[in-house]
Ligand binder design. Structure first.
Ligand code: IPE
Ligand code: IPE
Ligand code: MG
Length: 233
């Protein structure tokens, strides 16, 4: 399979959607869907390493997800903290560099602390860069960038300057954005960075998205002709 893959995206970003619907179909509470979604996270991280993806960004909590019931929000943060704390060491052993984009404000102190630990611990790793978007919103990211530029006094506004002030500084733009669960929207995810990303939508719900589904997306990507506004040769 692997040698059939010619063009592996350098950066894949995923909108992991459909945990709630997965649980509902099984007659389970929504949180059971979030737990099950972790299995897909592990499978996709493994597959990304296997196929040589350099950057994998996972949309884990949006700035709009605060609108959800408090219990669900609390559970999500608890789950993230626990898994990061317990699985950080394994990621480190696998040479994965973990980082985060989004606003720390409002997140539980314990989670922020664990995020910092894992980030520092894996900072020098040279394998897959795994980026979790937690309390992330693109509009907020761009607004923050503009604020920072204004307070720096810089008058010469360039695309490059804006890019350097985004949370994603130093990370190449995503080549492929995947969204599961049949929704066809970006939901405030990487709006600036997605300018020339290839988009892939699947009806598969996130907890069911495993290596085979990941490969399907990679094969679909291979058939795309990226032109970036120019003409294809
Ligand atoms: C994605 O699944 C997980 C998060 C947004 C945190 P959802 O919880 O949005 O699942 P659906 O869309 O309700 O099925
Ligand atoms: C997007 O999913 C956010 C994450 C996957 C973290 P949502 O389920 O929150 O998106 P909408 O509300 O359906 O657009
Ligand atoms: Mg959803």
């Amino acid at each position: 399979m692997k040698d059939k893959l010619k063009m592996v995206p350098e950066h894949i970003a995923i909108i992991m959607d459909g945990n709630g619907r997965w649980a509902k179909r099984k007659g389970l509470p929504r949180i059971a869907g979030h737990r099950e979604g972790l299995k897909a996270v592990r499978a996709v991280v493994k597959a990304a390493r296997k196929y040589g993806v350099k950057y994998l960004t996972l949309y884990s909590f949006s700035t709009e997800n605060w609108k959800r019931p408090e219990d669900e929000v609390r559970f999500l943060f608890h789950l993230m903290e626990e898994r990061l704390r317990k699985e950080g060491q394994q990621l480190h052993k696998n040479n994965v560099k973990v980082s985060f984009i989004g606003k720390k404000d409002g997140l539980p102190a314990k989670l922020v602390k664990t995020m910092g630990c894992v980030e520092r611990h894996t900072f020098k790793n040279t394998g897959l860069t795994l980026i979790f978007a937690i309390n992330y919103g693109s509009r907020q990211e761009i607004t923050d960038a503009v604020k920072r530029i204004i307070s720096s006094g810089e008058k010469d506004i360039t695309e490059d300057l804006i890019e350097k002030n985004l949370y994603t500084v130093g990370i190449p733009a995503p080549d492929l954005i995947i969204r599961t669960s049949g929704e066809k929207r970006l939901s405030n995810f990487l709006l600036w960075q997605a300018a020339y990303a290839e988009l892939y939508f699947t009806h598969t719900l996130w907890p069911d998205f495993k290596e085979d589904e990941f490969l399907k997306a990679l094969f679909d990507y291979q058939r795309r002709k990226r032109r970036f506004g120019g003409l294809s040769g």
